[in-house]
Design a protein around this ligand. Structure first.
Ligand SMILES: Nc1nc2c(c(=O)[nH]1)N[C@H]1C(S)=C(S)[C@@H](COP(=O)(O)OP(=O)(O)OC[C@H]3O[C@@H](n4cnc5c(=O)[nH]c(N)nc54)[C@H](O)[C@@H]3O)O[C@H]1N2
Ligand SMILES: Nc1nc2c(c(=O)[nH]1)N[C@H]1C(S)=C(S)[C@@H](COP(=O)(O)OP(=O)(O)OC[C@H]3O[C@@H](n4cnc5c(=O)[nH]c(N)nc54)[C@H](O)[C@@H]3O)O[C@H]1N2
Ligand code: SF4
Ligand SMILES: [Mo]
Length: 765
């Protein structure tokens, strides 16, 4: 075995202080010397690092970073270096399974697909296509989502399709739409090389985007380090490096952000000319944030007034700024409203659309951007507006189907509602692909009950046996990264092509092949009677080429990209078209946003109530390309500590594991680095409850309980933290999934569930 560093002990590797360019450093981990290197990108977070897969005798034997890639210049983090080991895990699913007499038994593909098709046809006939729902992922490839999007909308015609992206980055999309009229991140990673200041809100970058953090660490180690403001209730790896760390109580992002905006406006640190020329809504925003004096913010959030002033001074005086928000915002109270305040900060100061200025309404999953782009979540493909008849007609023309085939009479059903329909019985077949809801959904007891229902037919398409496959009626074995070809897009709009390096194990098939096969067997046809997908979509590249046409003239314009162009060098940013043949670094360089009534992705929502605006409402306020400034007042969380459940719970991630650990738990180096869950609590709370480091602690909420060993320190008193990666543990019969405790509540605008707060009590077990 060879490694360029021990990335478990040395997560970020050696520093090279930034001096005018970010040097190449090729990180590598191989078990044997490969015969061949195959171009790909990493699928273990949204950073999208360029990676080469090393192959020998039909097996993956290692990986190395791609020196030429604009994202990572060769660097890789611990998950990127070790995660691939899971591809060769002994317990991969290699044959379809069908539940017979209560037990999952091996079956042929023909048997499994025939059963699914028979069930689908029966349901459509008896209950319409609205009795079928799809719950997909942020981890398949672009071509697969587009295939699913087309078959669901133009073939089956069901409004019930969404991704686990609802749990992940629905708020990123909602916040971008609310301010700029469309999804699409305005900035570029290269902004980090020159920016004067960085703001991370509820985003533990150091742990969750380790390679992006290397880029920041190299700036911090260079001659003109940026100032770093971190807003997180825990002292995370990211917070440790902060110039100013604000540690608010969970659920108080709005008071803190409003307080910052208030101080910045009051000090005159705004760009009035930019505001006048390029935005609408300034006076209303000002009126709302005015009430948030530092003392009032301190009373609600616990952030000392002086610290808030310090942070406001940095954010108000820097000439360039890169900001990011992630789950501490998106999964907490007033998610979209709080995320929008970060957009407001950049708009008020004119810090957008140029070098050194970027906003990341961050993604988490590697391909979440594509779920959203391709309409496999609750959106229409290429950021089209379901309320705009012209946009829907464009899709009908592209797919050659009648416009009424495409569900657009109401908003597409969001995932939380899809699960609700399964619970109440109107959805009778749920097709789950690339996600493990029995660890990742809130309130697991409820989800278990839903999946166990006799009248819900559950299909699970995954590569491994999981908590969720356990409850399936049909399990379809999927090929994963390295075993199939396709594209995906990272959070700074960089599109990568991942080539197939090896064959999948056994009879496992790619999601693309499975979806196209379903479409063929269902005999979905267009207006002229031609098969919908199967006549023209033989290989993923066919789907990619169809997708290119779908994006023409839309913000995510892929028309200049091709498999050939994406092969050999670096990933390339969209938009890539005649105007930007090599991709565009920044969106909105001219201060013109996607808000025109004919172009925007939606007509907007009331940030407080979630009430949707109609086309007619929007016409009255059409900002014709100006950005929206929107203010919101504070609302308290839906559950707060009381005498029975006196502590706050929050949940999140560890550097060594990805989500429900189906891959990282099967990579020995990563699993050994973080073998078990734990509960993190402050020294004060530990003393109060008589708990010592390593003691078993029972954590209970109104919905369930778990038992975890204690880890003490680096957290505010009154708050406990659980990593959410770990499912039920048979070994010592221990419930330990954080989601046994979380609640079924969601943001009114983005519909993203609230994983970041709940009231709990603890005791020594
Ligand atoms: N190692 C690793 N990396 C990953 C992943 C992984 O599973 N493991 N998953 C990927 C995915 S899909 C995602 S979505 C991202 C998530 O990346 P992050 O959002 O960075 O991860 P989390 O740990 O979920 O939450 C971030 C922080 O929010 C803080 N927080 C909790 N409540 C609040 C609040 O009310 N306000 C504020 N300001 N902060 C709060 C928590 O203390 C936590 O440190 O990571 C991606 N990268
Ligand atoms: N309490 C709490 N809960 C959370 C969060 C939190 O912070 N706190 N975060 C939420 C967030 S942001 C996210 S993103 C979710 C993640 O939650 P999940 O999506 O449930 O987590 P994963 O473990 O990534 O599940 C992906 C599944 O897809 C499979 N898979 C991988 N590649 C492929 C493929 O190519 N094809 C197919 N068919 N399958 C594949 C994997 O084996 C795995 O079983 O969890 C959410 N839940
Ligand atoms: S930062 Fe993300 S994309 Fe890059 S190597 Fe790590 S897990 Fe993979
Ligand atoms: Mo996520």
């Amino acid at each position: 075995m060879e490694e360029t560093r021990d990335s478990i002990a040395d997560i970020w590797g050696q520093r090279t202080g930034y001096e005018g360019q970010w040097p190449v450093r090729v990180d590598e981990h191989i078990e044997e010397t490969p015969d061949q290197w195959v171009q790909s990108a990493c699928v273990l977070c949204s950073n999208g690092c360029g990676i080469d897969i090393g192959v020998k005798d039909g097996r993956i034997v290692g990986v190395r970073g791609r020196a030429a890639d604009r994202v990572n210049h060769g660097r890789l983090g611990p998950k990127g270096l070790h995660g691939w080991v899971a591809n060769h895990s002994q317990d991969r699913l290699t044959k379809p399974l069908i539940r017979r007499n209560g037990k999952l038994e091996e079956a042929t593909w023909d048997e499994a697909m025939s059963l699914i098709v028979q069930k689908s046809k029966e349901l459509v006939e008896q209950h319409t296509s609205s009795s079928i729902g799809f719950y997909t992922s942020g981890q398949l490839f672009l071509e697969e989502y587009y295939a699913l999007g087309v078959l669901g909308k133009a073939g089956l015609g069901t409004p019930h399709m969404d991704g686990n992206t609802r749990l992940c980055t629905a708020t990123a999309a909602a916040a971008l739409k609310a301010s700029f009229g469309s999804d699409g991140q305005p900035g570029s990673y290269t902004d980090l090389d020159t920016t004067e200041a960085i703001l991370h809100v509820g985003h533990n970058t150091a742990s969750q985007q380790t390679v992006l953090w290397m880029r920041i660490l190299d700036r911090l180690a260079g001659p003109n380090p940026p100032k770093l403001v971190v807003i997180d209730p825990r002292r995370t790896y990211t917070a440790e490096k902060a110039t100013v760390h604000l540690a608010p109580r969970v659920g108080t992002n709005i008071p803190v952000m409003n307080g910052l905006l208030h101080l910045i406006i009051q000090a005159g640190h705004i760009n009035q000319e930019y505001i006048n020329t390029h935005t609408v809504g300034f006076e209303e925003l000002k009126k709302i944030v005015e009430q948030w004096t530092p003392d009032r913010v301190e009373r609600l959030s616990g952030v000392p007034a002086d610290k808030l002033r310090e942070a406001a001074h940095i954010l108000g005086t820097c000439n360039t700024l890169v900001s990011s928000a992630l789950q501490g915002v998106y999964q907490s109270m007033q998610a979209t409203a709080a995320a929008v305040q970060i957009n407001n900060l950049h708009l008020l100061r004119g810090l957008i659309g140029r070098d050194g200025c970027g906003i990341y309404q961050m993604n988490g999953q590697p391909t979440a951007q594509n779920t959203r782009e391709c309409g496999a979540d609750g959106d229409l493909p290429a950021f089209r507006n379901w309320g705009n008849q012209k946009h829907v007609q464009e899709l009908a023309d592209l797919w050659n189907v009648d416009i009424d085939k495409i569900p657009h009479w109401s908003p597409p059903t969001h995932a939380m509602q899809i699960w609700r329909y399964c619970e109440t019985g109107s959805i009778k077949m749920l097709w789950i692909s690339g996600t493990n809801p029995l660890v990742s959904m809130p309130d697991l007891d409820r989800i278990r009950k839903i999946l166990k229902k006799k009248d819900l037919f559950v299909i699970v398409q995954d590569a491994f046996p999981t908590e969720t496959t356990h409850y399936a009626d049909v399990v379809l074995p999927a090929a994963i990264w390295g075993e199939k070809t396709g594209c995906f897009t990272n959070v700074d709009r960089t599109v990568h092509l991942s080539h197939k390096a090896i064959d999948p194990p056994g009879e496992a098939r790619s999601d693309f092949d499975i979806f196209v096969d379903y479409s063929r067997r269902m005999d979905f046809r267009d207006k002229e009677g031609k098969p919908l997908l199967s006549s023209t979509w033989q290989v993923p590249e066919d789907a990619f080429n169809a997708w290119r046409e779908c994006t023409r003239g839309r913000p995510c314009d892929y028309t200049g990209l091709s498999y050939a162009k994406l092969t050999g060098g670096s990933g390339i940013q969209w938009p890539c078209n005649d105007q930007y043949p090599d991709g565009a670094k920044h969106l909105y360089t001219d201060g013109v946003f996607c808000t025109d009534v004919d172009y925007c992705e939606d007509y907007g929502y009331d940030l407080e109530t979630g009430a949707a605006r109609t086309e007619d409402d929007y016409k009255l306020i059409d900002p014709k390309g100006k950005a929206f400034l929107k203010g919101v007042d504070y609302q308290p969380p839906h559950e707060e500590p009381d005498k029975d459940y006196p502590l706050w719970l929050t949940t999140g991630r560890l550097v060594y594991h990805f989500h429900t650990r189906t891959k990282t738990g099967r990579a020995k180096a990563l699993q050994d680095a973080a073998p078990d869950a734990y509960v993190q609590l402050s020294a004060q709370d530990a003393a109060r409850y008589g708990i010592a480091e390593g003691d078993m602690v029972e954590v209970q909420s109104r919905r369930g309980k778990v038992r975890e060993p204690a880890r003490i320190g680096n957290i505010e008193p009154g708050l406990v933290f659980l990593p959410f990666h770990y499912g039920y543990w048979d070994k010592d019969d221990r419930p330990r999934a954080a989601n046994e405790l979380t609640l079924t509540e969601w943001d009114p605008v983005s519909k993203q569930p609230h994983f970041k707060y709940a009231a709990v009590r603890i005791k020594k077990a």
